[in-house]
Design a binder for this molecule. Structure first.
Ligand SMILES: Nc1ncnc2c1ncn2[C@@H]1O[C@H](COP(=O)(O)OP(=O)(O)OP(=O)(O)O)[C@@H](O)[C@H]1O
Ligand SMILES: [Mg+2]
Length: 290
């Protein structure tokens, strides 16, 4: 079992912006979801874990090794798929993986060949090994990104919004691949897609403004809301009135009528009870942090 421990982590950028505030977290093998709106600090946290930036204070340990100090240890054991991979050079998939494998310190050619062959097959890109990566579709690029992250058999894999921009089929394929990998290693996934977290993650945290607001198992967090979520169809111009008197956690236009969902300990008049879903958890937690 691998374990990542983050304790009282703080990160303040040079311009004074505090992107991570007093964050503590423990992550074990399996898929861990980091959920939060734009600017919540997900990428900042991930870049700090992978060692691209130093925290202002606090500790990060992986398998009891201080990885802020011992960056070699994390480099050897980590795979990272950044939110923005940048520009791909004009080389084919095989050669690029070979180059990255070299950088990762896989020194023997036969070992590199073995791993690259295995990974290209795993991410379904073997037929495209001679194609230049910059000509790949978005989904193929993301699967290539997973292959490069998996070189060197890492024990922890960090993927920053990997399914943004993928069509539903590619998204499914990608998610299945990740979930398969996460059986033996720590996978930390950031996303704004609540549904992906529900389907994939055994543990999750909701963060905003650099702080953790809630951590737990998706199923248990949903259970906490049972009997407290209500909905009603209203007229468009009634929304403000409801917002001022109730905690509205979502609103959805259904055939020109507005359906609002609210969080309340007891049944508000005219509302009917609905089964809570993870999206309710997410918006409920965020609405407490406005
Ligand atoms: N290098 C930097 N210097 C200064 N501020 C930064 C820097 N990088 C990020 N920030 C700020 O830190 C906050 C968190 O940004 P971050 O990119 O970590 O959020 P995020 O949760 O990944 O958002 P998104 O969902 O849009 O990717 C934002 O307010 C952002 O503007
Ligand atoms: Mg980000």
């Amino acid at each position: 079992m691998n374990i990542l421990k983050i304790n009282n982590l703080e990160l303040t950028y040079k311009n004074g912006h505090q992107a991570i505030q007093n964050m503590s977290l423990e992550v074990k093998n399996g898929m861990f979801g980091l959920l939060g709106p734009n600017g919540a600090g997900k990428s900042s946290l991930m870049k700090t874990i992978v060692g691209l930036q130093k925290p202002s204070s606090g500790t990060i340990e992986f398998n009891d090794v201080d990885i802020v100090e011992h960056t070699d240890y994390i480099k050897k054991n980590l795979g990272f798929l950044p939110q923005d991979f940048g520009v791909y050079p004009k080389v084919n998939a095989y050669d690029l993986l070979n180059h990255i494998a070299n950088l990762k310190g896989i020194n023997y050619k036969s070992e590199r060949q073995k791993q690259i062959q295995y990974l290209l097959e795993k991410v379904n890109l073997l037929d495209f090994r001679d194609k230049e990566v910059h000509k790949f579709s978005g989904g193929m690029k993301q699967r290539f990104g997973v292959a490069q992250a998996l070189l060197g058999n890492p024990k922890i894999i960090i993927v920053d919004e990997p399914t943004a921009g993928l069509d539903p089929e590619e998204r499914n394929r990608f998610n299945t691949l990740l979930s398969d990998i996460s059986k033996e290693v720590v996978v930390i996934l950031s996303t704004h897609l609540v549904e992906d977290v529900k389907n994939l993650c055994s543990e999750m945290t909701i963060m905003n403004k650099g702080q953790i607001l809630k951590t737990g198992k998706p199923k248990e967090l949903i259970k906490e809301l049972e009997g407290k979520v209500w909905s009603k169809f209203i007229e468009n111009d009634e929304l403000e009135m409801y917002q001022s008197s109730l905690k509205v956690i979502s609103q959805q236009l259904m055939e020109r009528q507005l359906q609002i969902t609210v969080f309340a300990a007891t049944q508000p008049e005219g509302f009917s009870q609905v089964d809570p879903i993870l999206e309710h958890v997410y918006f409920n937690v965020l609405s407490q942090n406005k």
